[in-house]
Design a protein around this ligand. Structure first.
Ligand code: NAP
Ligand code: F7E
Length: 342
């Protein structure tokens, strides 16, 4: 049985990847951060009591900012595959907490790679690189496109990416980087623009909210479905030779188009509800990301299965269903479900 270790297992991608690997018969270990409240919502459905003799899913406390925890877990678990998905992944927030972002995203990757190297582990390594690394470089972007990062997050991702390449070249580590364009799902964090839009539109439809405040509606992104993208991560680690791959749909849409599609699906006129709050503008914006995934198609045989329109509908329907469940729980449940943060 193959054993995988996932950093960031409690996040959107970590949860889809854990499910995917469990279905493939892996023993899955994940690193979760200490939090003052439960942070395992996304993996609760696959949680297994570790006292059961056939348990294949294990969570361990650890943190990318704590090298000793990484060394201890790697040595104890001896994984065949390590997926480094943990990160402070919010681009705008990275301008508010630049040091922490660099510590977890850039230095965290260094700590993990160096622990693997020092322990002499013969494992394969996946690095969650990002299309944000391209920043202001014009589209379409592929594996040969120059990086021009536009945020502390993106700068930290460039560091992590180059480092994974360097450990591959210096020590022969089987390290592959997935340069993933934006990917979303019903499990997307509530403060990323897609989920913020579908969640707010569903609340407006049910009469629970009047307005949705957004920033730059002109930004364009190549949005795919997270479930499709974790499959690509796994495919990269099954290759004999490690390499770097762009993963995207090859289509891009503006934030305005995402808003229009969402509100029209719910028979709402978005202009009545959406307002601009400059607070959501970024000190430096990434205007247009549009991936060219032809290498992944050619070498890995990977193609996305969920279209842009299907993704939008999937997210709206999920938010509507969740709200309807919460509404049945009465005012107490409603208050608990609102959440704060933008
Ligand atoms: P996400 O939902 O924000 O999940 C991030 C995960 O990292 C969570 O499990 C989080 O824990 C964990 N984490 C945060 N700080 C940590 C730390 N100091 N130590 C250990 N774990 C920590 O992100 P995602 O969308 O799943 O993305 C997965 C990875 O792909 C990230 O590295 C992201 O930067 C990268 N990426 C994402 C996209 C995208 O469009 N989604 C595109 C390209 C690259 P908590 O649950 O406790 O917060
Ligand atoms: O913003 C604009 C915003 O925060 C998308 C992360 O997963 O993908 C993600 O980063 C666009 C930007 O994602 C609001 O200015 C307008 O142009 O959903 P986002 P992101 O910054 O593209 C990359 C690939 C990653 O690697 C990251 O980890 O939408 N926008 N109004 C807004 N964005 C937000 N969040 N909130 C708004 O109100």
């Amino acid at each position: 049985m193959k054993r995988a270790l996932i950093t960031g297992i409690t996040g959107q991608d970590g949860s889809y990847l854990a499910e995917f690997l469990m279905q493939k018969g892996y023993e899955v270990h994940g690193i979760k951060r200490r939090s003052s409240s439960f942070n395992t919502d996304r993996v609760n459905s696959i949680y297994e009591d570790r006292h059961e003799s056939d348990a294949r899913f294990f969570l361990h406390y650890g943190d990318l900012t704590d090298g000793s925890s990484l060394t201890r877990l790697l040595t104890r678990i001896q994984p065949d595959e390590v997926y480094n998905l943990g990160a402070q992944s919010h681009v705008r927030v990275s301008f508010d907490v630049p040091e922490y972002t660099a510590d977890s995203v850039a230095m965290g990757t260094l700590r993990l790679l160096e622990s693997i190297h020092q322990a002499g582990l013969p494992c394969r390594f996946y690095q969650a690189s990002s299309s944000e690394m391209y920043g202001s470089t014009p589209p379409p972007q592929n594996e040969l496109t120059a990086f021009h990062p536009r945020s502390p997050y993106a700068c930290a991702k460039v560091f992590g990416h180059q480092l994974a390449v360097n450990y591959r070249e210096s020590y022969g580590l089987h390290a592959s980087c997935g340069i993933l364009f934006n990917h979303e799902s019903p499990r997307r964090g509530e403060t990323f623009v897609t989920r913020k839009i579908t969640r707010a539109a569903a609340r407006i439809k049910l009469g629970l909210q009047d307005k949705l405040y957004l920033g730059n509606l002109d930004a364009k992104r190549d949005w795919g479905f997270a479930g499709d993208y974790v499959r690509a991560m796994w495919m990269m680690l099954q290759q004999d030779t490690p390499d770097d791959y762009v993963i995207g749909t090859g289509e891009s849409h503006s934030v305005r188009e995402f808003v229009e599609l969402t509100f029209s699906y719910l028979d709402l006129d978005w202009r009545r509800y959406v307002a601009i709050d400059p607070r959501y503008f970024r000190p430096a914006e990434v205007d247009h990301l549009h991936g060219d995934p032809s290498k992944a198609r050619r070498v890995l045989g990977w193609t996305p299965e969920v279209s842009f329109a299907e993704l939008v509908v999937m997210m709206i329907e999920s938010d509507l269903a969740e709200l309807n469940r919460t509404l049945k729980g009465g005012p107490e449940a409603m208050r608990a479900a609102v959440g704060v943060g933008d």
